[in-house]
Write a protein that binds this ligand. Structure first.
Ligand SMILES: [Zn+2]
Length: 166
């Protein structure tokens, strides 16, 4: 199962996936890992032709010389392998509205939801009731994630999450 981690942690479950972050209005960035040095960075599509790791190399050519060959032409970095999702404190009101609205549909199924916190991160426990429609499960997934994000905004003033792809 695909995991997310950072200010909040958990696994995606049935019919809940990356789109749950988007439904809540997250800003997303692709994260790539450079060949040669192993550093990570976020990239804009239009920059990839001349992108190199400025922390480790003095020039694009310098980085190319050190990176292993690859068939896709993008030899100097591994293509998108993670997505970073960001929420900031100013997003809290919007997220609250979204989950309030969801609650009017699926609130009766949320009884077992419980936040689990330690000093590093926030997770949740939830027992999905049997026999729900797919649409209810999807809404519950977004609602649970929304509760988690809101708690992080309250506690940390931000909520930054990474999701591994593939
Ligand atoms: Zn580097």
């Amino acid at each position: 199962m695909r995991r997310f981690y950072g200010d909040i942690e958990g696994c995606f479950w049935l019919s809940q996936d990356l789109f749950a972050f988007e439904e809540l209005g997250a800003t997303d960035e692709s994260v790539t890992t450079f060949h040669g040095c192993g550093c990570s960075c976020t990239v804009e599509e239009q920059n990839v032709e001349t992108l190199y790791c400025e922390d480790c190399y003095s020039s694009f050519q310098h980085h190319m010389d050190d990176a292993p060959d690859s068939d896709n032409g993008l030899t100097w970095f591994v293509e998108q392998d993670r997505i970073a999702y960001h929420f900031e404190k100013t997003d809290a009101d919007t997220i609250q509205e979204i989950i309030n609205d969801l609650f009017t549909h699926i609130g009766e199924y949320t009884e077992s939801f419980k936040l689990v916190e330690d000093t590093h991160t926030i997770q949740y426990d939830f027992q999905l009731p049997d026999g729900l429609e797919t649409e209810d499960i999807t809404q519950l997934g977004i609602w649970c994630l929304g509760k988690l994000v809101l708690r992080s905004l309250e506690k940390n003033g931000k909520c930054h999450v990474t999701v591994e792809l593939g």
